[in-house]
Design a protein around this ligand. Structure first.
Ligand code: OAD
Length: 254
């Protein structure tokens, strides 16, 4: 059954002049990055309200920094998998594809740098809806810096702003916060203009990010979903490919 679905997805993507690709934690699962929901997901072990909200950070910045420093170190040891690499090759090799990701792991960018020279790699960089684990910004003046080492053993050891001395925070979007406006606008514009939408490794449970797929569908795009489990997009998908991204994505965009 997946053979017919693979052929259908390939055809759907090949025919489209403009494609929006929407990825979530599942695209990085085979790299060893844990997803959020389901067995082994981060939100099974940790409570988002303790670690991923502005209130939690205000209450205990040291604890929140400790968790993000742990995730950053774990992700830095992971490598892009065949799904990231196939997408990066595909996007740098053809025009008209916009990559939108909810992921904060930067593995799409690293894949693009592995397969393409700098200028082309830039084209395969995703629009990031939820920020990055590898940038921090100041809670006072919002100055943004590349992430450095973090000593989360005490509050004075936490990163502080080189400009104003304010406490730095991880550059990710927390629950209850606005998504970066320009990223959302660019993602929705690409979705509204797309003839096809490829969704990889996301449950589709978090809004407004999931609105990218609904916008594409409402504008007439045909939708292909790659995921080993059930997702909120299954009912609107024109093609569902059941299985791991690292196996399936290279078959449909390779
Ligand atoms: P979820 O953890 O909700 O969903 C991960 C999806 O990946 C599930 O549908 C899994 O079935 C699927 N999956 C697992 N292994 C896979 C594999 N090898 N190949 C392909 N798919 C696989 O993660 P997201 O949908 O990304 O938000 O979560 C969305 C947002 O919720 C995240 O960006 C994060 C979280 O709270 C913020 O940090 C703001």
């Amino acid at each position: 059954m997946n053979e017919a679905a693979t052929a259908a997805a390939r055809a759907l993507l090949a025919r489209a002049l403009r494609v929006v690709v929407f990825t979530g934690a599942g695209v990085s699962a085979e790299s060893g990055v844990p997803a959020f929901r389901g067995a082994g997901g981060l939100w099974k072990t940790f409570r988002p309200e303790d670690l991923a909200t502005p209130v939690a950070f205000g209450r205990d910045p040291r604890l929140v920094w400790e968790w993000y420093a742990w995730r950053r170190e774990m992700v830095a040891r992971c490598r892009p998998n065949p799904a990231h690499l196939a997408l990066a090759r595909w996007i740098t090799g053809r025009a008209g594809v916009t990559l939108v990701s909810q992921n904060v792991d930067d593995l799409h960018e690293r894949a693009a740098r592995e397969v393409a020279a700098d200028a082309e790699a830039q084209r395969a960089a995703p629009i990031k809806l939820h920020g990055s684990l590898f940038h921090d910004h100041c809670t006072r003046c919002r100055h943004r810096v590349e992430a450095g080492p973090v000593d989360a053993s005490s509050v004075p050891g936490l990163p502080h702003c080189p400009l104003c001395g304010g406490l730095m925070r991880p550059g990710v979007v927390w629950f209850g916060e606005m998504l970066p406006v320009r990223a959302v606008e660019a993602a929705l514009a690409a979705a509204a203009d797309a003839e096809a939408c490829l969704v990889v490794g996301t449950r589709g449970a978090v809004y407004p990010a999931a609105g990218v797929v609904h916008t594409a569908k409402a504008a007439g795009a045909r939708v292909a979903v790659v995921d080993p489990g059930e997702t909120e997009f299954d009912d609107l998908a024109d093609v569902k490919l059941v299985g791991p991204a690292g196996e399936i994505v290279p078959q449909i965009v390779g």
